[in-house]
Design a protein around this ligand. Structure first.
Ligand SMILES: Nc1ncnc2c1ncn2[C@@H]1O[C@H](COP(=O)(O)OP(=O)(O)OP(=O)(O)O)[C@@H](O)[C@H]1O
Length: 477
């Protein structure tokens, strides 16, 4: 009796072509043919053949284009860890061809938003740059290709590969383009100081700040001028030769010390701005010896490196001395790998890997805790003390806040300034504290004067409470 099932077994020994590609499909192909009229036995191999031809064509095209690229073009690769990367990205983001990209990487534009002319209106402006693709564009009548690809790596920034190629063996046009990127980048940064901070164990550009004029940081004029002239003479190109001839390491170090809020960081920032240098800020509490060494080796030739709270390193040493480790140097190595040790810091400061030509500024609130080795001449060439506000500084802060602002008559401001300064006791409050009161009342110099006594009482009370809290905490601990 003939079977009524639509699934026909294949004649023995005969293997369908369809079965080769899709095992099992040949059993249902008669059903599909009956209902649709399509013979899969003929169609599927044809489709597979077409697919194979397309694959061959694509591979061939890729190989040929790779070969053409290698043999007849020049390429510049941009390291993602260098500032050139920022320069190229900033340039590309502003080009019309970049707008055609369908894949973007978005970031906060660190150089826009609070710069001059930005009116402070754009908070965290976004910067779009093409990502993971290839863009063709014309530059000075030359066809160029910009590539930015994702690459496998541990960190996000390692995973980028940026390059620009041009036809021909001469790379002149690429160098022209990079020079333009550099110029535009520097033009954008005019009047700003670039700040680098440590992220994931390496320097990263964190923000750009408007240059702070040295005159706005209040400190004894003579000392400030002498400091500026010392740095200026150090940065003079002839000085480097002078140092090299005599075999003296070409470095200069300064220590700014004094109570919190007296202007140490502000002065460092304005020194960087004054000499048009980038500033690299590092808090020692956030790194270990190995990272510190690496960070010092990565510094550019001319820059300001600001080490904040250097007492952290010396402190760990004295703590160890007091406890179970009597040997001064070995005590520090016990902590190696976890935090910066004094020997680690000294190595970084004058080790072979440390960059020459940098201006080192260290700050501390506790000079008495610093080890002699750290502040010996050669490491620290100049110590500058910052003090709590005296009458003169209080008066000057008052003038900075109120002089020249709308509705304020300068003579009246001067009278108010003297009156204000006579009510604030000298050497009790930091300039930062006084400034905070003035800013709270920045609409009216009169009310700053009227509220000063209440403010003094409040600050004293807060300090008393803090002391009590710390005292009771120590007691119960
Ligand atoms: N001498 C000063 N002249 C002008 N402004 C000052 C001065 N001292 C402090 N200020 C103001 O007080 C604020 C804090 O100052 P800054 O951070 O420079 O102090 P600091 O000494 O570095 O403090 P810390 O030791 O806590 O790091 C800033 O806004 C700064 O403008």
């Amino acid at each position: 009796m003939a079977s009524s099932s639509p699934f026909q077994p294949l004649p023995q020994g005969q293997v369908s072509v369809l079965e080769l590609f899709f095992p099992g499909l040949s059993r249902i192909s008669p059903v599909i043919q009956r209902y649709t009229g399509i013979n899969l036995d003929a169609v599927v191999p044809l489709v597979c053949l077409c697919g194979f031809l397309v694959f061959l064509y694509k591979r061939g095209y890729q190989d040929i284009s790779n070969w053409v690229q290698k043999s007849f073009s020049s390429t510049v690769h941009v390291s993602c860890n260098s500032e050139v990367h920022e320069m190229v990205l900033a340039w590309v983001s502003n080009q019309p061809f970049a707008k055609d990209s369908r894949s973007f990487l978005v970031n906060i534009d660190l150089k826009k938003g609070y710069g001059p002319g930005a009116n402070g209106s754009v908070k965290k402006p976004l910067q779009y740059a093409p990502w993971n693709g290839e863009l063709r564009f014309w530059y000075k009548n030359y066809p160029l290709v910009y590539r930015r690809m994702e690459k496998k790596g541990d960190l996000f920034r390692d995973r980028e590969e940026v390059s620009i190629s041009c036809l021909g063996w001469s790379s002149r046009i690429l160098k022209d383009l990079l020079e333009e990127c550099r110029q535009r980048y520097l033009d954008d940064l005019q009047g700003q100081t670039l700040i680098f901070e440590v992220r994931s164990g390496r320097w990263e550009q964190s923000k750009a700040r408007c240059i702070r004029q040295i005159s706005t940081v209040l400190h004894e004029d003579k000392e400030k001028e002498a400091l500026l002239s010392d740095i200026s003479s150090f940065l003079d190109p002839d000085t480097r030769e002078w140092y090299t001839k005599r075999g003296i390491p070409y470095r200069r170090g300064y220590l700014l010390y004094g109570p919190p809020g007296t202007g140490k960081s502000s002065l460092s920032l304005s020194i960087a701005g004054h000499f048009d240098l980038d500033i690299y800020i590092l808090n020692l509490a956030s790194v270990d010896d190995r990272t510190l060494n690496m960070l010092f080796a990565q510094l550019p030739q001319h820059c300001v490196i600001l080490l904040e709270d250097v007492d952290v390193a010396s402190q760990s040493r004295s703590q160890d001395k007091e406890t179970e480790h009597p040997n001064p140097m070995s005590s520090l190595s016990e902590k190696q790998g976890k935090e910066v040790t004094l020997s680690g810091l000294l190595n970084a400061l004058d080790g072979v890997g440390s960059q020459e030509g940098r201006v080192l500024i260290m700050t501390t609130n506790y000079i008495e805790r610093l080890d002699d080795a750290l502040i010996r001449p050669g490491r620290v060439d100049w110590k500058i003390q910052f003090r709590l506000a005296d009458k003169d500084i209080i008066c000057q802060l008052f003038r900075i806040v109120f002089k020249g602002s709308d509705g304020n008559d300068n003579e009246a401001v001067e009278r108010h300034a003297k009156n204000f300064a006579s009510r604030v006791p000298e050497s009790e409050f930091s300039p930062a504290e006084v400034l905070s009161l003035l800013l709270e009342n920045r609409q009216s110099p009169g009310s700053a004067v009227a509220r000063v006594e209440a403010w003094i009482a409040k600050v004293r009370k807060e300090r008393g409470n803090k002391l009590k809290r710390e005292g009771s905490w120590v007691h119960t601990a």
